[in-house]
Each structure stands twice: as C-alpha cells, then as structure tokens.
Ligand binder design. Structure first.
Ligand code: NDP
Ligand code: GDR
Length: 375
C-alpha cells in the first residue's frame, strides 16, 4: 500500500485529493491546523475511526511554519508521496499579511523539501508542489506565440502571494536539480468547485446568485469584473496532481483549460443557470447589473431589480488582468482529459449552492440562525 502525506488536506484541493487517493488504495495522512472551531468540514465524510485497524486516513496537527513538527510527521509517516497543498491561498488577503504568506507559502515549501532531505528520504519520497498561474502575473508580453502561458513563459508575480509562490517554485526545482529529488511543480490555473472557499470570486458569485434567487440576499458587491481567468474544475485538477507524481521523470507541468472568461461573464452564466438574464450598465466603479428577465417561476425576481454593484474595496493594489494556460504538455505526455468544461463547472456549483441555501431556509424556518456573513 502506498502512503501519501497531504498538507492542506482541509482545503478544497486537499479534500478532493484525499478522496482520490483513498479510492486508489493509498494510506492517506493529512496535516490539519489546530483551530478553535472544527475546520474539517470538507473531509468529514472521509472520517475513519482511529481505533479501526483498517483506518486509511489519519490526521496530524501541524503547521507549515513549524519545521520540527513537519520533520517529525514526515519521519513518522515515511511517505511515498507528499502533496504540498497547504498555503494562505487568497491573493487579495496576501496584501494584508505579506510576511505570514512568505513564511507559509514560500518557506513552508523549503521546510518540506529540507525535511525529506535531512531524513534521508530523497530516494523514496516524491514531492508535488502546488504552484500557480499567479506566477505569470498576466503580463501580456510573456505569453507564447499562440497567446498562452506555458511551461517556458517567464514569471512576473503581482502579489505577495505570487512572490511567495515563486520562491516555492524555484526551491522545488532547485532541490530536484541539487539533490536529484523527485520534486515537481504543477503550475495550476484557477480551479473551482462546490467546495471552493466562499471568498474566491466564483464561489462568492454562485452563493450570492443562489441567495438572491431565493430571496435571502438583495445584491452582490464585486470588484474587477473585467478580470479574465482560465477556470477549470478542482476534481479534474487533483487527478492531474496524482498523474504528475506517477510520470517517469520529475518535471514541471501547466494545467489549464486553454479558455479564458471575464468575471462578468461568469456572473451572467451563474444567473442564467437559475433562469435569470441580466442587463449591465455603467463602467468601472459605477458598473451595476439589473434583472432583464426571469424565466423560472420558482424565483420571483422583479424585472429591473438591481442585483450587482461594483465595490472598489475589492480591487487589488496590483491586479492580474488575464490568465490563459496551454495544457498541451500534460495532455500529450500524461494523457490528461478533463471531464468538466466551464458550463459544467457553473452547473455543478449552482446546483450545490441552491441546495445549500434551501437547507438554510429550512433551518431558518425551524428557528435556527444560520445565515453566514458574506464578505
Ligand atoms: P484552500 O485555501 O482551499 O486550502 C488551503 C489549505 O492550506 C487549507 O487546508 C488550510 O488550512 C491550509 N493552510 C493554510 N495555512 C496553513 C499553514 N500555515 N500550515 C498548514 N496548513 C495551512 O486552497 P486550495 O485547495 O484552493 O489550493 C490548494 C493549493 O493550491 C494552495 O497551495 C494554493 O495556493 C494552490 N493553488 C490553488 C489554485 C486554485 O485555483 N484553487 C490554483 C493554483 C494553485 P485551513 O483549512 O485550516 O485554513
Ligand atoms: P485569484 O482568485 O486571485 O485568481 O487566485 P479570486 O477568485 O480571488 O479572483 C479572481 C479574479 O476575480 C476578481 N474579482 C474578485 N475576487 C474576489 N476574490 N472577490 C471579489 O469580490 C472579486 N471581484 C472581482 C479578482 O480581482 C481577480 O482578478 C486564485 C487562488 O485560488 C490562488 O490561490 C491561485 O493560485 C490562483 O487562483 C490561480
């Protein structure tokens, strides 16, 4: 039985990856942070009784800022594969806590690599580093001749998050070259799902659309509607993380869909999913959206109702305007075929959030205070 260790197992990707590895028969260890409230919602359905001798999922308390803790866990677990997914992953928040982000997202990667090296596990343990399209920074001049970012495109990060992740990228590559370690970067473009954190733009939109349609919220405030992202489904992307560590040779890989869409169009698609079409008016900070038509009798939205406004407090000090990736290498060499397109992703997220909000309505009716504050 192969053994894997996942940092960030409580996050979006960690939860899907844990599911996938359990399905494949792995013994899965995960690192979770101690918090004053339960933080394992995304993996509670995978819980296994620690007293069961057949247990194949085990959680360890830890933190990427704590070298001794990481070294002890890696020594105990002796993993065949480490997936380093743990990170402070919100780009906007990284401007508020840049030093912490450098410590977790940058140095945290070094701590994992160095622990593997010091423990003499370089021959045994393969390492996946969660690198990101934020490394490219959306600089138009750095796209390849076909208009995409690929494995050879230069980097120009535009946030403390991107800068910390660039350290993670290069230290992974350096340890591969210096110590002949099997350590790979997956340069993943944005990937979303019903389990996406509520303050990332896609999930913020699908939650808000569900609430607006069901009469639980008046409108949504968003930042830059012109930003373009290459959005895929997290389930497809975690499959790729595993495939990257099964390749003959340790390399770096771009994972993307090759299609880019504005935030505004994502909003339109999410509303369309519940039968609501929108009319946009104004530009920049004055842009708003109103209901143009509502074809679904289940939702009683008035034509002309204002459902979206731009709020400049969501703008970033430096923005990544456009991302689009070329996944040809992964498709050709590893045979990766994604199952979801953007429409499928929006459907999946909307269906899930409508269900979630209906459950909240039932709980509200039963007297529970369940509506969470939206950011
Ligand atoms: P999430 O924000 O959903 O999950 C991040 C995980 O990291 C959580 O489990 C979180 O724990 C954990 N974490 C945060 N800080 C620490 C710390 N100091 N020590 C240990 N663990 C910590 O991110 P995703 O699942 O979306 O992303 C996974 C990885 O992939 C991240 O590294 C992200 O930067 C990267 N990435 C993501 C992309 C995407 O589009 N989703 C694209 C490219 C890269 P807790 O639950 O306690 O907060
Ligand atoms: P991103 O994701 O920064 O690409 O990082 P996010 O969903 O936060 O933003 C995408 C784009 O939408 C614009 N935007 C808003 N964003 C948020 N969060 N909230 C808003 O209200 C809003 N309005 C407009 C943003 O300005 C941006 O242009 C994600 C993270 O998962 C990273 O960890 C990962 O590395 C990259 O994707 C690839």
């Amino acid at each position: 039985m192969k053994t894997a260790l996942i940092t960030g197992i409580t996050g979006q990707d960690g939860s899907y990856l844990a599911e996938l590895l359990l399905e494949k028969g792995y013994m899965v260890h995960g690192i979770k942070r101690r918090s004053s409230l339960f933080n394992t919602d995304r993996i509670d359905h995978l819980y296994q009784d620690p007293h069961d001798p057949k247990q194949r999922l085990k959680l360890h308390y830890g933190d990427l800022t704590d070298s001794m803790n990481l070294t002890r866990i890696i020594q105990e677990v002796q993993p065949d594969e480490i997936y380093n997914l743990g990170a402070m992953s919100h780009v906007k928040v990284s401007f508020d806590s840049p030093e912490y982000v450098g410590n977790v997202d940058g140095l945290g990667t070094l701590r994992i690599l160095e622990a593997v090296r010091l423990l003499g596990l370089t021959e045994k343990t393969k390492i996946y580093q969660a690198s990101t399209s934020e490394l490219y920074g959306g600089m138009p001049e750095n796209k390849n001749e076909n208009g995409f970012y690929d494995e050879n495109s230069p980097f120009y990060p535009r946030s403390p998050y991107g800068v910390a992740k660039i350290y993670g990228f290069w230290i992974t590559k350096n340890y591969r070259e210096a110590y002949n370690m099997y350590a790979c970067n997956g340069i993943l473009f944005n990937h979303e799902s019903p389990r996406r954190g509520e303050t990332f733009v896609t999930r913020k939109i699908t939650r808000a659309v569900a609430k607006i349609a069901l009469g639980l919220q008046e409108k949504v405030y968003l930042g830059n509607l012109d930003a373009k992202r290459d959005w895929g489904h997290a389930k497809d992307y975690v499959r790729m993380m595993w495939m990257i560590l099964q390749a003959d040779k340790a390399e770096d890989w771009v994972i993307a869909t090759g299609i880019t869409t504005t935030v505004r169009d994502f909003v339109k698609m999410a509303f369309a999913q519940v039968g609501i079409s929108l009319r946009f008016e104004g530009t920049g900070v004055d842009e708003k959206a109103f209901v143009l038509a509502c074809s679904n009798p289940a939702y009683q939205l008035e034509v002309g109702k204002e459902v979206l406004s731009v709020d400049p407090s969501y703008f970033r000090p430096t923005e990544v305007d456009l991302l689009i990736g070329d996944p040809s290498k992964a498709k050709n060499k590893l045979g990766w075929v994604p199952e979801y397109d953007l429409q499928g992703l929006v459907e999946d997220m909307m269906e899930s959030d409508i269900k979630l909000m209906k459950k909240d309505i039932d709980l509200l009716k039963a007297g529970h205070e369940v509506l969470k504050q939206e950011e």
